[in-house]
Design a protein around this ligand. Structure first.
Ligand code: PGA
Length: 250
């Protein structure tokens, strides 16, 4: 059995004060549900605030959006895994499409970051997804397989701590969604591929992301291949976030 994971990616929103207000409101109406986890990928400066507020809630977790693979050094502007852990993060996004497409992150970088996260005690959420051009060329599966190949060579106990988020680039922040059936098909292909790399596919969560909203979340998580959602815009409003984390899974 895989848990159902609802992960909010706050991107460059909610500094410490905003994070505190958000979580205070969220926690007022949050009721834990067995088998469900809620993760918050906050800006680095807000992680300590989030971690302090979710402390004691077993199903809530603070995460970092972007890490460097070195533990320390002359890397202006970067945050290392030990620093994120010290601030209270227990997970890290790796290879988000905005990092890949706006900041030039490569597969080599994501491979190093996955390894650094695992070595330092963070659960990496490896983000994969095709651009619209790649999709129209029929390259979706080739692209996500290539991006997932950075997991090759990891030990079984390392692979057991990895998550994948399938986020078609054309669906992020655009209001467009892959249909639940299309998304599930890609998830199935990813699962099969990483299984070939030695990943424990029965337990590895694969999340879907890209313009997930309260009214689209239920149909996505109704697919048995979709183990949760990674949400940007709709995770910033406590009311829509509350609606997403409490969708029914029939
Ligand atoms: P979105 O972002 O929900 O605003 O499309 C998703 C993401 O980038 O993780």
């Amino acid at each position: 059995m895989r848990p159902l994971i609802f992960a909010g990616n706050w991107k460059m929103h909610l500094g410490p004060q905003g994070a505190r207000e958000f979580l205070t409101t969220f926690l007022e109406s949050y009721t834990p549900t067995a088998g469900r986890e809620v993760w918050f990928f906050a800006p680095a400066v807000s992680i300590a605030t989030v971690a302090a507020l979710v402390k004691g809630h077993a199903a809530l977790r603070a995460g970092i959006q972007h890490i460097h693979w070195e533990a320390k050094g002359a890397f202006t502007g970067e945050t290392s895994v030990p620093m994120a852990v010290e601030a209270g993060a227990t997970a890290a996004l790796v290879g988000h499409s905005e990092r890949r497409h706006l900041f030039g992150e490569t597969d080599r970088d994501t491979g190093l970051k996955v390894r650094a996260a695992l070595a330092g005690g963070l659960r990496p959420v490896l983000c994969v997804g095709e651009t619209l051009e790649e999709r129209e060329r029929g390259d979706t599966l080739a692209v996500v397989r290539r991006q997932a190949d950075v997991l090759s060579g990891l030990a079984p106990d390392e692979l057991a701590r990895v998550l994948i988020a399938y986020e078609p680039v054309w669906a992020i922040g655009t209001g467009r969604n892959a249909s639940p059936a299309d998304a599930a098909e890609v998830h199935g292909a990813i699962r099969q591929h990483v299984g070939g790399l030695g990943a424990p596919v029965d337990t590895m969560p694969i999340l879907y992301g890209g313009s997930v909203k309260p009214d689209s979340a239920a149909a996505l998580v109704a697919e048995s291949e979709i183990d949760g959602v990674l949400v940007g815009g709709a995770s910033l409003d406590p009311t829509s976030w509350q609606a997403i984390v409490s969708v029914r899974r029939d």
